[in-house]
Design a protein around this ligand. Structure first.
Ligand SMILES: [Zn+2]
Length: 345
């Protein structure tokens, strides 16, 4: 687009928007994405780019961070101006590709209270893998689990939670195939145990872009997405910002207090051992349940007939009277009823 066109369109834009708003109030049949308030874009993630219009022009609205795309059906939407963002200190300071913690800052250097804007009129949250949390963040067996585990089938697409830039796309012994995204608000999100990584360091992604496929690589004993949220290298509970079962953000702004963070929340490779423990424990439970089910299936009952005594029933089945009594704690040997079920093994 020529500079003069940009200028004319920039100057004409407020009038054009006003005209469109007028049109919308006059006709209710106008598509919902045509000129709503920014809040609407946020509450309906992803919908703001839908509609039948085709992008015909991209305008620099002198915001620095944003560009405005005009569509041929007189609707518009914002996109991030990634070129400008690349020069922002968020994406230059402590930007070390393919490392798990590039920050190395002491906990007491962080602000006591930090309001972090998660989404705004130009961005949305997309749940990386919508499901019930299998294993939560926090201390277990004296060790800290640095994220949430979201079960999936190997090969399930995993999505970027927010707009951002790929800081790491690497293999790590503990995390397996790992993608780390840095976001404009300074947060980083980690996507671990992927079967396939589909982005490279330096790539810009929008929320909802597929960054890889879920799997069980690294120190993991079952396919799941291990998802972490970190600020300056310190992990905090990803459930504070979103409900992964519903797939929705809890609020647009998140207040991160220093007291939420802990010196031990810094990346520790050994912390993933416990993940293994949890899955091993789960497997033990499944085995125990199978054993109990097989035992239940093998249980045999004898139906009391006229003239039967408990000792006669025991003898008939090659068991001692005390064994039969232990198997039937509620049965009174002196008051057997015809038709009563007696467990005999
Ligand atoms: Zn995990």
């Amino acid at each position: 687009m020529k500079k003069t066109t940009v200028l004319i369109l920039t100057l004409a834009l407020p009038l054009w928007l006003q005209a469109q708003t007028q049109t919308q109030t006059d006709s209710l049949s106008v598509a919902a994405d045509s000129l709503g308030t920014p809040q609407e874009f946020v509450t309906e993630p992803g919908s703001f780019r839908e509609g039948s219009g085709v992008g015909i022009d991209t305008l620099d609205i002198q915001d620095g961070r944003l560009l405005l795309v005009l569509k041929d059906d007189h609707t518009w939407y914002y996109i991030k101006n990634f070129e400008r963002l690349a020069a922002d200190s968020t994406f230059t300071k402590d930007w070390i590709p393919n490392t798990t913690d590039p920050y190395h800052v002491p906990l007491d250097s962080l602000p006591l209270r930090n309001s972090i804007c998660l989404v705004d009129s130009a961005s949305v949250f997309v749940c990386p893998n919508q499901t019930k949390v299998f294993s939560r963040f926090g201390y277990r067996h004296g060790r800290r689990h640095q994220g949430v585990d979201l079960p999936l089938k190997t090969g399930t697409p995993v999505y970027a939670a927010f707009d951002g830039r790929v800081r790491a796309s690497m293999y790590n012994r503990g995390y397996g195939n790992l993608v780390i995204l840095r976001h404009e608000n300074g947060l980083e999100t980690y996507y671990a145990h992927l079967s396939k990584r589909e982005v490279e360091v330096g790539d810009w992604v929008h929320a909802g872009d597929q960054i890889g496929l879920g799997g069980s690589t690294g120190r993991s004993t079952g396919p799941h997405l291990h998802f972490e949220t970190r600020y300056q290298g310190f992990a905090f509970d990803p459930e504070w910002i979103a409900d992964y079962e519903k797939g929705t953000l809890r609020s647009n702004v998140f207040v991160l207090r220093r007291s939420y963070l802990n010196a031990s929340s810094r990346y520790v490779p050994e912390s993933l051992d416990e993940e293994e423990d949890v899955y091993a424990a789960e497997e033990k439970i499944i085995e125990e349940e199978k054993r109990l089910a097989a035992e239940r299936a093998a249980i045999k009952y004898y139906t009391v007939r006229s003239g039967d005594t408990l000792s006669a029933i025991a003898k008939k089945h090659g068991k001692s009277l005390s064994t039969i009594q232990k198997l039937n704690p509620g049965v009174n040997p002196n008051k057997l009823r015809i038709g009563q079920k007696i467990r005999v093994n």
